[in-house]
Design a binder for this molecule. Structure first.
Ligand SMILES: [Zn+2]
Ligand SMILES: [Zn+2]
Ligand SMILES: [Zn+2]
Ligand SMILES: [Zn+2]
Length: 317
């Protein structure tokens, strides 16, 4: 008994709808039909769209190899096959170990639009690379940039800005310069780090200023950095500076904001921002070192670009 049986009898009429490109017939002619599996043909209505065929009837997710079927041809994804204890949820028959290779091959020949096509993505990808594209698609919604709590909200910028203001009670500021005071009554308390986020609106864009305390190596530090609410390419059009000081000393950081596509944790761990050792922070705070009072000033500016965006004026004759 073969451990996997191809179902080859439903190919007629598969190109009626749902396939944007004709599937290469050579793929099918190369799989040799075995004479003894005619009872194991998939029972599939040819007018059903191919997309529906590739949807697992149990979990409704798209199916990827190995795609399984019962002896009556009911298909099921490999995750659900385990979940239903190897019994076909449609006809209650034992599922065995039959793979629906023809459906797998039909899937291979499909070219499907990105699931964010309604958000503007023009990408058409082969079925099996579609998920990979969508995970990195430029048009995919952004995750909430709020740090310090697990927030699973996703959306576009206007939605996330409203969400930050209404649900996280984040301070909103307009303008490209800022002057911010961070006060913490117990500066020893780095473990219970507070994350502070302020949103700045300038140049028609939104920027997130993060301030947080964490343990770096053996010592506690404070860190401030800026993230751009947009993708990395657009983030490179901006620069920012941060300044903190007191008692005649000053630290200055200048950098490019990171996209909020990069998690705040990732930015923090790459030290891409103004890092202040606690002793220095307490020195800047003045007073009796019992309270942390940091004044962080900053500025965001747009980088000058030539119209084609590529030339640096001095290097172009
Ligand atoms: Zn499933
Ligand atoms: Zn069945
Ligand atoms: Zn896409
Ligand atoms: Zn959120």
């Amino acid at each position: 008994m073969e451990s996997s049986i191809e179902c080859t009898s439903f190919l007629d009429g598969m190109d009626e709808e749902g396939i944007s490109q004709p599937y290469p017939l050579s793929q099918f002619s190369s799989s040799k039909p075995s004479p003894n599996n005619t009872n194991n043909s998939c029972v599939i209505n040819p007018v059903t769209s191919v997309n529906e065929l590739l949807e697992c009837p149990v979990c409704t997710n798209s199916m990827y190899p190995p795609i399984h079927q019962c002896h009556n041809g009911h298909t099921i994804c490999s995750t659900c096959k385990v979940r239903v204890h190897n019994r076909c949820p449609t006809c209650r028959q034992e599922l065995g170990d039959i793979r629906c290779l023809a459906l797998e091959k039909v899937a291979e020949s499909l070219q499907l639009p990105c699931k964010y096509s309604s958000l503007g993505c023009p990408e058409i990808s082969p079925y099996y690379t579609k998920l990979k594209h969508e995970a990195a698609c430029d048009y995919r919604p952004y995750s909430c940039p709020y740090a310090g709590s697990e927030c699973s909200v996703v959306g576009d910028m206007p939605f996330l800005v409203d969400h930050l203001r209404d649900d996280h009670k984040v301070d909103m500021h307009s303008g490209c310069t800022f002057n911010h005071r961070y006060v913490k009554s117990n500066p020893r308390d780095v473990e219970n780090a507070t994350w502070m986020l302020t949103v700045f609106h300038c140049f028609g864009q939104y920027f997130c200023l993060h301030f947080e305390a964490f343990q770096l190596g053996m010592g506690p530090v404070y860190m401030a950095f800026l993230r751009f609410m947009g993708d990395e390419t657009d983030a490179r059009n901006y620069s920012y500076s941060l300044e903190v000081g007191g008692n005649g000393r000053k630290l200055i950081w200048e950098g490019t904001p990171r996209s909020i596509r990069d998690g705040h944790r990732k930015v923090r761990d790459s030290h891409d921002g103004l890092i202040i050792q606690r002793n220095m922070a307490l020195f800047f705070s003045g007073g009796d070192r019992k309270e942390l009072k940091l004044r962080v000033t900053g500025r965001i500016w747009k980088e000058q670009q030539s119209p084609d965006g590529a030339c640096i004026p001095n290097l172009c004759s």
